[in-house]
Design a protein around this ligand. Structure first.
Ligand SMILES: O=P(O)(O)O[C@@H]1C[C@H](O)[C@@H](CO)O1
Ligand SMILES: Nc1nc2[nH]cnc2c(=O)[nH]1
Length: 297
C-alpha cells in the first residue's frame, strides 16, 4: 500500500535537480528570452498573461515531465514574453493539492523558474476574505502566511534535500520581501486604490471544499486574514532556492464566520470577480515588474 508519505517522497525523487534542469533546458532551447521575473497567475487572474507581447508559449502538456492544469479558470500555459518591454515568464494556471498533486509537484515549476534564471517571483491568488474589513474585489498584499498544511506534516520540501536548491532548514522570517511590499503600497496610493488595498496574512488549506463556520472562526483566532488553496508551498519552495518573493490575494468572496450568513463561495463567481478586476491588477503587476527590473543587480 502506498502511504501519503511514500507518494510525497516519490514525487520529490521524481523531480530531481537533473530532471528539473532538463525541463529548464527544454524551455531555454526554445525561447531566446531570459527573464529574471516569474509570475504565477491565480484563479481568474490569467488575464495578466494575455498582456504579454512577443511571446513564446508552451502548453503544459508539451513540456516534458510537466503536470497539466485541471481547474476551470487556469489555462495551463507557460508563457515567456514582454510585459511593457520587460522580459517575464508567466504561469497561466497553477497546480493545486486538491487536483491530486503532492505539494512537491504543485511547486516544482518554481524550481524550473529558478533554473531558467529568474531571481524574483510574483504569485497571485484568489482568496476568501476573513478579515471583516475586507470587501469583495479588494486586494490583500501578502505580508506573511501560516502554513497550516506544514503543521500537519505536509511540505513541498519533504523528502531528500538537494543543497543545489537550498538548505535543509530554510528560514521563512522574510518570506515576502518587505521592500516590494512597500513598493506595492506606494503603487496602490499612486493608483488611488489605497482604500481597497490591505496587507495581511494568508493561509492555504487543502481544499477543494470551502470552509465551515467553525473553521473560519479558528482561522480568524490564529491571525489569518484571507484563506486560499495555493501560494504558500510555492513561496516556501521559492525562498528555499533563493527567489525574492511578492504575492497578493484578490478577495473574491467573503469568509463570514456566522451561521446566518448565506452568501456561500462559488468557483464560477470567483473566476468572474478576477476577470472584472483585470485593469487594476494588470496595472499593479506592470508597475511592480518595472520597479523590480529597475532594481535588478
Ligand atoms: O489558484 P488560486 O489559489 O487563485 O485558486 C483559488 C483556490 C481554488 O483553486 C479556487 C477556488 O475557486 O480559487
Ligand atoms: N479555501 C478557500 N479558498 C478560496 N479561494 C477563493 N475563495 C476561497 C475561500 O473562501 N476559501
Amino acid at each position: 500500500m502506498t502511504t501519503f508519505n511514500d507518494s510525497t517522497k516519490t514525487f520529490a525523487r521524481m523531480y530531481t535537480y537533473d530532471t528539473l534542469q532538463d525541463i529548464a533546458n527544454y524551455l531555454l532551447e526554445r525561447t531566446k528570452l531570459r527573464p529574471k521575473i516569474a509570475i504565477i497567475c491565480g484563479t481568474g487572474l490569467g488575464c495578466l498573461a494575455e498582456k504579454l507581447t512577443d511571446t513564446d508559449v508552451f502548453d503544459y502538456e508539451t513540456i516534458p515531465n510537466f503536470p497539466v492544469s485541471t481547474v476551470e479558470g487556469h489555462a495551463g500555459r507557460l508563457i515567456f514574453g514582454y510585459l511593457k518591454g520587460i522580459q517575464v515568464m508567466c504561469m497561466q494556471g497553477r497546480f493545486h493539492y486538491y487536483e491530486g498533486y503532492p505539494l512537491a509537484k504543485c511547486s516544482m515549476p518554481v524550481r524550473v523558474m529558478k533554473l531558467v534564471g529568474c531571481s524574483h517571483l510574483i504569485a497571485t491568488n484568489a482568496a476568501g476574505g476573513l478579515n471583516p474589513k475586507f470587501k469583495v474585489g479588494d486586494i490583500m498584499l501578502m505580508k506573511d502566511h501560516i502554513n497550516m498544511m506544514g503543521f500537519a506534516g505536509n511540505s513541498s520540501l519533504q523528502g531528500p534535500n538537494d543543497e543545489r536548491f537550498g538548505p535543509r532548514f530554510p528560514v521563512m522570517t522574510e518570506a515576502y520581501d518587505p521592500r516590494l511590499l512597500d513598493v506595492a503600497k506606494k503603487i496602490g496610493r499612486d493608483l488611488g486604490i489605497e482604500n481597497e488595498l490591505h496587507e495581511g496574512v494568508y493561509t492555504c488549506l487543502g481544499g477543494p471544499n470551502f470552509e465551515t463556520v467553525a473553521e473560519m472562526k479558528m482561522m480568524r483566532l490564529i491571525g489569518v486574514d484571507a484563506i486560499g488553496m495555493s501560494t504558500v508551498h510555492e513561496i516556501i519552495t521559492a525562498r528555499h532556492c533563493g527567489l525574492t518573493c511578492f504575492a497578493f490575494s484578490l478577495i473574491t468572496n467573503l469568509c463570514v464566520p456566522d451561521y446566518s450568513y448565506k452568501d456561500d463561495a462559488n468557483h464560477n463567481e470567483i473566476v468572474e470577480i478576477g476577470r472584472g478586476k483585470e485593469p487594476v491588477l494588470v496595472e499593479l503587476v506592470q508597475r511592480l515588474v518595472k520597479n523590480i527590473h529597475a532594481n535588478l543587480k
